[in-house]
Write a protein that binds this ligand. Structure first.
Ligand SMILES: NC(=O)c1ccc[n+]([C@@H]2O[C@H](COP(=O)([O-])OP(=O)(O)OC[C@H]3O[C@@H](n4cnc5c(N)ncnc54)[C@H](OP(=O)(O)O)[C@@H]3O)[C@@H](O)[C@H]2O)c1
Length: 332
């Protein structure tokens, strides 16, 4: 496993991180979740990403149990705050009250004294940004988080947050956007702004939730046990990718992966890692074999002619519109 700096900070992260959205506490049983975490540790992954909202807070508990006993100094644990974790109007968003409640809940569930990175899971248009950043600064100064990050913030929002963080003497070091060969909306604005400010991308769904493995074929039923058959939440989240047009284009990547001597998942993960503003690609997995497969993308260099061939094959289905980096107008 190779390591990269998280943005311009001194913190090193494994360039492939493991995340537990949809899987832990929901799609997969605890035993399978623990095996995936063990596989991640075995392949050298040290960076783990979760959120208070995943599986209604259960995902943090599962990850906490799976990592228990590991050397804390050898792990980078990331979590997030914003989406609802309870029924009340203050159980959501980026108010000072919810941030203070949520970090305490996350630390309790993860069974740790601090998280390495605390991320705003979206931009909260109902809270003054000054209030949010002041609360984050207090979380950092109390030692409950070491660094601050954001997720799915636009370039303008990132710059505003970064400037306040600088004035408060805390480090806003990362952005967590969706990024894959199919979803390139950060390239036009978020990435150039982040390079200027020293912010690294920790990207999610690098294989488009499994779609870029080619296992979903146009006109066919999804394979049993896949995310597209998970009626708890997975099927809804993956549905936007399951058009025949997208699935057909992805099938045409297979000879390219073969020629490069890579599995389709490795090709997809390696693709996001070619972008030097990416600090880590967060992979998900429902079984340990997937972790072993995908982690082999670390350190892989894709040649220019291969990158060009990927662009040609996917051209009709690639999303590039920067306006797609957007947070809800109102708190959920
Ligand atoms: N900040 C945000 O708003 C946000 C949003 C989403 C995700 N995230 C983060 O990003 C992480 C990763 O997201 P993701 O799970 O969508 O990532 P992903 O790596 O694109 O997709 C993972 C899923 O693809 C399937 N898969 C993985 N490897 C495979 C392989 N080698 N062969 C066949 N199928 C394979 C598995 O699902 P099945 O086996 O069930 O098909 C697995 O759960 C999350 O856990 C979370 O930490 C953040």
């Amino acid at each position: 496993m190779e390591f990269r700096h998280l943005g311009r900070s001194g913190l090193m992260v494994s360039e492939i991180a493991y995340g537990n959205w949809i899987t832990h506490g929901s799609q997969v049983e605890e035993e399978a979740a623990a095996k995936c975490v063990k596989a991640a540790l075995d392949v050298g992954i040290t960076t783990f990403d979760t959120a208070d909202v995943y599986a209604g807070t259960r995902a943090e508990e599962v990850l906490g149990r799976a990592l228990k006993g590991e050397r804390r100094e050898g792990l980078e644990i990331f979590t997030k705050v914003y989406w609802p974790t309870g029924p009340g109007p203050n159980d959501r968003g980026l108010s000072r009250k919810h941030i203070m409640e949520s970090i305490n809940g996350s630390l309790r569930r993860l069974q740790v004294d601090y998280v390495d990175l605390y991320q705003a899971h979206r931009y909260d248009h109902s809270t003054p940004l000054e209030e949010t950043m002041q609360a984050f600064a207090d979380v950092v100064r109390s030692g409950k988080a070491l660094y601050i990050g954001v997720s799915e913030w636009s370039a303008t929002e990132i710059r505003a947050g970064w400037e306040l963080a600088r004035d408060l003497n805390i480090q806003l070091v990362s952005s967590q956007p969706q990024y894959s060969a199919l979803w390139r909306v950060i390239e036009a604005e978020v990435v150039p702004t982040s390079i200027e400010l020293g912010i690294g991308q920790v990207v999610w769904s690098p294989i488009a939730q499994g779609v870029l493995t080619g296992k979903y074929e146009p006109g066919k039923q999804p394979p049993a046990g896949s995310r597209a058959t998970d009626d708890k939440s997975g099927a809804d989240f993956i549905s936007r990718w399951l058009s025949d047009e997208v699935l057909g284009a992805v099938q045409r990547l297979k000879p390219l992966a073969e020629q490069a001597g890579l599995s389709m998942a490795q090709l997809a993960v390696a693709w996001v890692l070619q972008n030097s503003n990416v600090s880590a690609a967060i992979i998900g997995a429902s079984r340990p074999e997937q972790v072993h497969d995908n982690a082999k993308a670390s350190g892989v260099k894709l040649e220019d002619d291969l990158l060009k061939a990927i662009d040609d094959v996917l051209a009709p289905v690639i999303e590039r519109d920067p306006a797609l980096t957007v947070s809800p107008a109102n708190r959920p």
